[in-house]
Structures are given as structure tokens and as C-alpha cells.
Design a protein around this ligand. Structure first.
Ligand SMILES: Nc1ncnc2c1ncn2[C@@H]1O[C@H](COP(=O)(O)OP(=O)(O)OP(=O)(O)O)[C@@H](O)[C@H]1O
Length: 367
């Protein structure tokens, strides 16, 4: 799949923008704070329905305006798709796909697939478990909308269950109905996360071996708070989840919160058997993220039959020449958007590309 056109009105620092983009490589160049990431963000928004920088839609609307509008036209194997989004400072955003208004946000997922790689992604390695859970959930939601609905449902049940634990101030309460609901939906989440991590883990291991000339072995393991084993199906996980809830009931009354479940799970990321978070050098941490991102591209291709669009926000300068070259060499069939402050750094001569020069929310094109 690839993006053909992007239109923005009153979006961030853009009054009005209409660009036709290159099916392969698009380089967005400009000094700091000119509007490069804003373009990437608008594309991401059309894929996921929310920004990767903020949860507040009103921040996306130009400061002195009430509404913003985004239109993206894409080409996919089975035809053209038009995604339109209206953002309002006072109302919920409205989305149309091929001119049909969407009723639920989840309906947007799967129309446009993207993989984003920005300096913030180092948080997948260095940040807390919440960052790693966010990474897994975002990826699975993109290709499996049913997961998105289950995740929302799990969070609602969890919130209500935690509220009951809080309101009861340390007294014993009967949570049986809640336990069954939580375990059922939670098992679906754990099952799918493990399946995803297993697949992406194999791909990332391959990528990492190639990038490091066979020197390093990358391993990614789903570390669940429920003692699941390889062969466990959904039902087995539900049973184990229920018995863990029983086992931890005194602890949760004391802590007034649910202490086991997918909301407490994590990922272990290891290089040559050592956790990268604690023992990896900066370079190893960056390479591990690069391997993960390359794996995501292949994973989505395997799932949906087409490569997603790759958004590289300000990461080229963070990679050494070898890593940059590896990345560029592997992008030949993938539409890519790169933001950079210095065009000279990019050695992309062998690939057809279009260069966009950004200055104060205006874009000039050079082919
Ligand atoms: N809602 C808004 N209304 C008007 N301007 C905005 C809004 N949100 C952000 N901006 C402006 O957009 C600019 C930042 O754009 P962007 O994040 O795309 O920068 P960039 O070119 O990627 O910069 P850098 O190289 O520093 O990452 C800033 O000048 C900021 O003031």
C-alpha cells in the first residue's frame, strides 16, 4: 500500500497543504520546529486514529482555529481508499472512509497500516513495562481490530474491579462475577500477545543477526504475570488467570488493586542472553529497536499481504552509517517518509525519491 495524496487544513502549524507524494521515498527536510513531524503525525493519525505525541485532539487543531481537516488518499492492492478526518476543539473527531462515516473508532484500523520509528521508540527498551505493553497493543490493534475491542473491554472491567477494591477499603468482597469477566477477556489478550511476540521475535532475531553480522542474538519473550506455558490455549489461560486471582486476593485487598493480569505483563528483550535494558550499550539498544521495527514491517506484510508505510521521524542521525545503509537498502519496496534536518546525511541516491522542504508550515517540492 502507499499514500498518494495528503491534504491538511488548519492542522498544527499548517493553514493549508496539499501534496502528492512519491510511491517510494519521501524526504521531509527542514530546520527544527518547522512542521516536519506534523506531516508524519497526520499520516499516523489516518492509520491509528490517534496521535503518537498527544492524546488531546484539540492540540492538533491550529491555535487560532476551531476545526482541522485531514484527507489521505491511498492505493492498496484492492483499490483506492480515501480517509477523511475532521478534528474539532469542542467535539469528538469524525472520520470517513470512502465517504462513509465511521460509527466506532475501531473501524478505522486496518485501512492504512503504518510502522513508525522515532527516537521515542527507545522507550520500548529503556522505559517501563507500560511502554512495552503499548508497543505490543498498538501493533496488534492495527492488524486485528477484534483485539482493540477486547483491550477496551478489559480496561473497563479492570477499572470497575479496581474501584470496587478501593471502595471496600480492605474488607473482603465477592468479586466472582468480575473475576470471570476479567479472566475471559484477559486470557484473549495474553493469548494474542504471546502469539504476536513469538512471530515478531523470530523476525526480529533474523533482522538483528543480519544487522550485526551474525554477532548478536536477539531474543524477545512475553513475560506474563499469569504462569502460562507454550501450549496453553485460551481456556487454559482463563483457568490459570482465575486461580491467580484467587491466590492473590489478600494482596489485592491490601493494595486495593488487581495485581495480576495483562495490565501487569512485560516483555524481556535480551541480546546474547543479557537484558538489553540493563546491560546493553546505547548502540545495542538502538539496534534492537531497529530490528524490532524491521520485523514489524515483515510481520504486517505477512498478515495483510502488503507492506505498511514506514514513517522515520528524526532517526537517521541516531544510527551509524552501517545501520542507515542497512535500513535504506531494505526499503526498496516500502513507501517511506523520512524527516531530517540535514539532507546531506542521507545516502539515498540509488532510490527514486521526492524531497519536501518545510519552512514555517509551508512546503516546497524538489524532485
Ligand atoms: N496546534 C498548533 N497550532 C499552531 N502551531 C502548532 C500547533 N502545534 C504545534 N505547532 C507548531 O508546529 C511546530 C512544530 O512542528 P514539528 O513538530 O512538525 O517540528 P519539526 O519540523 O519536526 O521539528 P524538529 O526538527 O524540532 O523535530 C512548532 O513551531 C509548533 O509551535
Amino acid at each position: 500500500m502507499y499514500l498518494k495524496e495528503l491534504k491538511l487544513l488548519n492542522y498544527r502549524n499548517y493553514d493549508s497543504l496539499h501534496i502528492e507524494v512519491h510511491p517510494k521515498l519521501n524526504i521531509i527536510v527542514g530546520e527544527n520546529a518547522q512542521g516536519k513531524t506534523n506531516v508524519i503525525e497526520a499520516i499516523y493519525l489516518c492509520a491509528i486514529g490517534k496521535s503518537f505525541r498527544t492524546n488531546k485532539d484539540q492540540e492538533l487543531v491550529k491555535l487560532d482555529k476551531k476545526q482541522a481537516y485531514i484527507k489521505a488518499i491511498l492505493e492498496k492492492a484492492n483499490g483506492e481508499i480515501e480517509i477523511e478526518m475532521k478534528l474539532d476543539k469542542e467535539e469528538k473527531k469524525k472520520i470517513k472512509v470512502n465517504r462513509i462515516p465511521l460509527i466506532k473508532m475501531g473501524e478505522l484500523l486496518g485501512n492504512l497500516n503504518v510502522v513508525i520509528f522515532s527516537p521515542d521508540d527507545l522507550k520500548i527498551i529503556k522505559g517501563g513495562p507500560v511502554e512495552r505493553r503499548r508497543f505490543i497493543d498498538n501493533e496488534i490493534c492495527q492488524i486485528y481490530p477484534k483485539y482493540y475491542y477486547h483491550l477496551n473491554q478489559y480496561n473497563r472491567i479492570l477499572q470497575q474491579r479496581n474501584k470496587l477494591l478501593k471502595d471496600n477499603r480492605g474488607k473482603k468482597i465477592d468479586l466472582d462475577i468480575w473475576n470471570h469477566q476479567l479472566a475471559n477477556v484477559g486470557a484473549f489478550i495474553i493469548y494474542n500477545r504471546r502469539k504476536f511476540i513469538k512471530r515478531i521475535g523470530i523476525l526480529a532475531k533474523l533482522m538483528h543477526r543480519k544487522i550485526t553480522d551474525e554477532i548478536e542474538s536477539l531474543e524477545i519473550i512475553y513475560d506474563s504475570s499469569i504462569p502460562v506455558v507454550e501450549k496453553d490455549e485460551n481456556n487454559d489461560i482463563t483457568e490459570k488467570f482465575l486461580s491467580e486471582l484467587k491466590r492473590t486476593c489478600d494482596e489485592e485487598i491490601l493494595k486495593k488493586a488487581t495485581v495480576v493480569g495483562p495490565h501487569r505483563d512485560d516483555l524481556l528483550i535480551k541480546i546474547n542472553n543479557m537484558e538489553v535494558k540493563n546491560y546493553g550499550s546505547q548502540g545495542q539498544q538502538r539496534t534492537a529497536v531497529l530490528s524490532l521495527k524491521m520485523a514489524e514491517l515483515e510481520f504486517i506484510k505477512g498478515e495483510v499481504g502488503e507492506y505498511p508505510i514506514l514513517l522515520l521521524d528524526d532517526v537517521m542521525s541516531e544510527l551509524d552509517t552501517n545501520r542507515q545503509q542497512y535500513l535504506i537498502n531494505n526499503l526498496k519496496n516500502i513507501q517511506t517518509f523520512i524527516t531530517t534536518t540535514i539532507i546531506e546525511q542521507l545516502k539515498t541516491k540509488e532510490i527514486n525519491n521526492r524531497i519536501f522542504y518545510v519552512k514555517k508550515g509551508e512546503i516546497r517540492i524538489k524532485d
